[in-house]
Design a protein around this ligand. Structure first.
Ligand code: G6P
Ligand code: MG
Length: 218
């Protein structure tokens, strides 16, 4: 039996969600806008453009297109400064174990991320070769919660959407997986990711038995 296993990147494979948070918080605070962890949850999985739109909206600020572009560039270079020195030790707990298990079971594996920095990050943590397909922010036109990124990933894996499983740490991403008719597995808190079919704190909570059941499920 073959299923498509699709992984989000930030906050699922690597611990970069904290760097996105730091960069957005700095930008917001510099603009005199308050930025809480709760607001941050609403930016997870959301594209760079839409994230900035939301922040400006929260602050009731409107700016020119040029200034908007400048702020996007600023956020990204700040973010990149955090990931510059990133190494394999920032891969989240038990991710390699799960990837190796799925590979040994000949299950197709894809990345489905909104980030335009996804390929760069995968190379930094030496996981670039672990995926049969990589779909990221450079390959999509519609951001999560639109299912486009996961549907393209399924297509590239040659697996029907309803035979795919998605691992996501964001509300938008779980919604995208659900809309794509895929099994959604939330990585994080139940009270945040309650819309997912299953929620685990991290991959150390996901057993080999559970993965085996997913593979064999009709
Ligand atoms: C991921 C993160 C978001 C981020 C988005 C775009 O989905 O969860 O926080 O805004 O990617 O990332 P990028 O690296 O292109 O700015
Ligand atoms: Mg994420």
């Amino acid at each position: 039996n073959k299923r498509g296993f699709i992984f989000d990147l930030d906050g699922v494979i690597v611990d970069t969600a904290k760097y996105h948070f730091l960069a957005w918080k700095k930008l917001a605070n510099d603009l005199g806008i308050d930025f809480t962890e709760h607001q941050n949850e609403q930016l997870k999985g959301v594209s760079r453009v839409q994230s900035l739109e939301k922040i400006l909206d929260w602050g009731g600020i409107s700016i020119s297109e040029l200034e908007f572009q400048n702020l996007m560039d600023k956020k990204n270079s700040d973010y990149l400064s955090h990931i510059e020195t990133m190494k394999e030790d920032e891969i989240l707990v038990d991710v390699p174990k799960v990837l190796t298990f799925l590979k040994n079971k000949q299950q197709p594996i894809a990345l489905g991320s909104a980030s335009k920095n996804a390929r760069k990050i995968l190379k930094k943590v030496a996981l670039y070769e672990s995926f049969d397909a990589i779909v990221d922010g450079t390959n999509v036109s519609k951001a999560k919660p639109d299912p486009e990124v996961f549907l393209i990933a399924a297509k590239e894996l040659h697996i029907a959407p309803n035979q795919c499983v998605v691992f996501e740490d964001s509300i938008a991403g779980v919604q995208a997986a659900n809309k794509a008719d895929m099994i959604s597995i939330g990585i994080g808190e139940q009270d945040v990711l309650g819309e997912a079919d299953f929620v685990f704190k991290d991959f150390s909570e996901i057993s080999i038995e559970f993965l085996t059941q997913l593979i064999n499920k009709q």
